[in-house]
Design a protein around this ligand. Structure first.
Ligand SMILES: [Zn+2]
Length: 480
């Protein structure tokens, strides 16, 4: 009897829809709006498709979906609806961020064991607080914990974004990170992909040391199951990965080794040589355009992650006060040490140059018709956090790459949804889609930094209080 009850309950909770979720008391603390019908009126609408922002617009949310959108004057306001007057405020789609993690680089670098620290409490909150309603984790170090976090969010037990889960990294024969399995043969990599796919992971990421035969075997298994496959590569070039059928590549062109002179096939070049080659690259050259065109022809997407790379530049801005205040003391110390190091390091000049070239290539790739997406990668120098780092990554699309704010918003919303194959249900503000949208106290279509002024984050039609979520993790990012 008891067993039947548990199973019935599980089915009830495993397909949550608007009315079925029972939120925990903790999650409820952050939900401001949960009415069946919510009307957002008199707002500046940014649709996510890159169209010009439209003033005096209404969006009607019904049972978690966008029921109607259009001019205020034409809106038919349902009786009994909750109404928010958004004079002076903007409405835009929730962010769809593609290179996220549930961990950060932590404070201790014990010999051999690079310390990566899972943050299951603070990171989901930070993502949601900043307006990321959907994220793809992009490599897992605690896979069962990642699965649990996603499940808990979907069940309403903890606040957080919708998550597309990427498995543990698909590494090759040798790894510097002890958190990654060393796949000695292509067969081993194929079995690895199948194992994690069986556990529920729907996305895979190959890592730097992997060679072509191993990558080929891993991609083939993922393709059989119609799962996504991306890579942060090094031993394999971008062109080679595209030939093998990879779907996406991470870190813009910062991890491309296509232009390293004397690169040996299937071997990682000397550390830093990809960055050096990129710094010297002539972006206008035929070889660059041919590579970009090849990636576009093979339908390979590129995910920009400028915020994590900025943390290695000598030109990076001073640490952000809100970011420092969010951190636990050891996390702050670790970050500030790395910050000082980047400012003084001799390697920074190479990185500064590569950063600029990478930005130009990302813009060129987009202008040529490539699918550019954006992610945060909250690792690196320890200063790129979930949430705050999302905003910085998007700001840098404007500041460094030269996109207009509307293009940057499209990259961070619709393009992310397309890359995940979710563009029928999220990514823009259109009738029938999930009510995943943000209310901003400003105009990010003019000033991209206004995305930092997010007030309410609607996910599946429920409005969360951004400030309260941020407050709840203050001083704790790094603890848990
Ligand atoms: Zn990453």
């Amino acid at each position: 009897m008891k067993k039947i009850f548990v199973i019935a309950l599980w089915f009830l909770f495993s397909f949550p829809s608007f009315s079925q979720i029972t939120f925990s008391d903790e999650t409820k603390k952050y939900i401001e709006f949960s009415d069946d019908v919510i009307v957002l009126k008199n707002g500046l609408l940014i649709d996510g498709k890159g169209s010009a922002a439209k003033p005096q617009q209404t969006v009607i949310i019904r049972l978690g979906k966008i029921d109607w959108t259009g001019d205020d004057s034409k809106a038919n306001i349902p009786k009994g609806a909750a109404i928010l007057d958004l004079k002076g405020k903007a409405i835009m789609p929730g962010l769809v961020m593609l290179h996220e993690h549930m961990y950060i680089s932590a404070s201790s670098r014990a010999p051999r064991y690079v310390h990566l620290k899972q943050l299951p409490v603070t990171f989901p909150r930070l993502y949601l607080a900043a307006g990321a309603t959907t994220i793809r984790t992009c490599g897992s170090i605690e896979p069962y914990s990642d699965i649990q976090i996603k499940r808990d969010i979907d069940l309403g037990l903890i606040p957080g974004p919708s998550i597309e889960l990427t498995a543990p990294y698909v590494q090759g024969k040798k790894s510097v990170f002890p958190q990654m399995k060393e796949n000695k043969t292509p067969d081993e990599a194929a079995a690895f992909v199948n194992y994690w796919a069986d556990q529920g992971f729907t996305s895979f990421k190959a890592y730097m040391g992997i060679d072509k035969p191993t990558l080929k075997a891993a991609i083939a298994e993922a393709n059989k199951r119609k799962l996504k496959f991306t890579g942060h590569l090094d031993a394999v070039t971008y062109r080679e990965a595209a030939e093998l059928g990879i779907g996406n590549l991470e870190h813009g062109f910062m991890s491309s080794t296509d232009f390293v002179i004397d690169k040996k096939e299937n071997e990682q070049p000397a550390p830093g040589s990809g960055i050096k080659a990129l710094g010297k690259l002539n972006i206008q050259s035929d070889s660059v355009k041919q590579l970009l065109q090849f990636l576009i022809d093979k339908k390979v997407g590129i995910t920009s992650s400028l915020s994590v790379f900025e943390g290695y530049n000598s030109t990076q801005p001073m640490p952000n006060e809100d970011v420092l205040n969010a951190m636990s003391p050891d996390t702050r110390d670790y970050y500030l040490k790395n910050f000082a190091l980047a400012k003084s390091s001799a390697n920074s000049a190479d990185r500064d140059r590569a950063f600029i070239k990478n930005s130009k290539m990302e813009k060129l790739f987009y202008d040529m018709g490539g699918l550019l997406t954006v992610g945060t990668d909250p690792t690196g120098n320890g200063g790129t956090l979930a949430g705050y780092g999302n905003w910085r990554a998007i700001e840098l699309l404007v500041e460094a790459d030269g996109f207009t704010p509307l293009e940057a918003i499209k990259i961070a919303t619709l393009n992310g949804a397309i890359a995940l194959g979710f563009d029928k249900s999220i990514g823009t503000i259109e009738i029938g889609k999930s009510a995943d949208l943000l209310v901003i106290d400003g105009d990010p279509s003019k000033n991209i930094s206004d995305i930092r002024k997010v007030l309410h984050v609607f996910k599946n039609g429920l409005g969360y209080d951004s400030k309260k979520l941020f407050e709840s993790v203050k001083g704790k990012v790094g603890f848990y």
